[in-house]
Design a protein around this ligand. Structure first.
Ligand SMILES: *Cc1c(COP(=O)(O)O)cnc(C)c1O
Length: 248
């Protein structure tokens, strides 16, 4: 384990976040939710520090950055979550390292991921991302709740994909409670079609307590653990773009 000031900072932040999660789960009378530390924009050294501090789950939102970083962390026993918007031409790459893909939101992506997973003889765990904005905004990703049932069926027909549940991102600058209530409803709809699909991925640094109150099982926490994201993208020098725009 790397022992330095950064490790101490991460340890402090983790402790604070873990106690927020514990309290929120206790208040909701629920089992502890899984903490996914979102490591986007931060390098492999931080991932090693986090692993040394007992983190098991990490989240990334860009394929290039995630696949580079995962390659530098092969020695660690981690669960890799892909939480970013995904283009179909990245499906092949993402299925190589992602344990759970949170952002399946359209048929073409289901088809591409199914084919990519089949080629690797892998059964790929996925979540369906549900759009939680009061007015669906395509650039934010997520299936319109009205189209959820049809997409669930499509995933169920994909023999190399296993549907594990739903994911949602709270609307920008609005009360997260009604949005997470809609997600809980979507999760119940999915479980009716596939009872074992019990994952609800929701909640970020600012709204994890609300997410837990509405049944989140997996929390995606970036800033509260890692600190503010650098304004210049990860490895810009190697051609990576600054993606603050998608940083969410
Ligand atoms: C970056 C990101 C997070 C983490 O957000 P914080 O506010 O930094 O905790 C969670 N979910 C998604 C989809 C993200 O892109």
């Amino acid at each position: 384990m790397i022992a330095d000031e950064r490790t101490a900072e991460l340890a402090r932040n983790l402790q604070a976040v873990r106690s927020r999660i514990e309290r929120a789960c206790a208040d909701a009378g629920r089992e502890p939710a899984t903490l996914i530390v979102v490591t986007k924009f931060f390098g492999a050294a931080d991932v090693h520090r986090l692993a040394g501090l007992g983190v098991r789950d990490v989240g990334e939102n860009r394929d290039q950055e995630a696949s580079d970083k995962q390659a530098e962390c092969m020695d660690l026993d981690l669960i890799w979550h892909f939480i970013g918007q995904l283009q179909t031409n990245k499906a092949k790459s993402v299925v190589r390292y992602a344990d759970l893909i949170h952002t399946v939101d359209r048929r073409s992506l289901v088809t591409a991921l199914d084919k990519a997973a089949a080629r690797l003889d892998k059964v790929q765990d996925v979540l369906i991302q549900v759009n939680l904005d009061p007015q669906v905004r395509p650039e934010r990703g997520g299936v319109d709740p009205a189209d959820l049932d049809a997409l669930v069926e499509h995933v169920q027909q994909a023999s190399s994909l296993r549907l594990r549940g739903v994911m949602g991102v709270g609307p920008l600058g609005e009360d997260p409670a009604p949005a997470f209530a809609r997600l809980a409803q979507a999760a119940a709809d999915v479980r009716r079609a596939q009872p074992a699909a019990d994952v609800i991925s929701a909640g970020m640094s600012s709204d994890l307590e609300v997410a837990v109150a509405y049944g989140a099982t997996h929390l995606r926490i970036g800033t509260a653990v890692m600190g503010s994201r650098p304004t210049v993208g990860y490895r810009r020098s190697k051609g990576g773009k600054n993606n603050e725009g998608e940083a969410q």
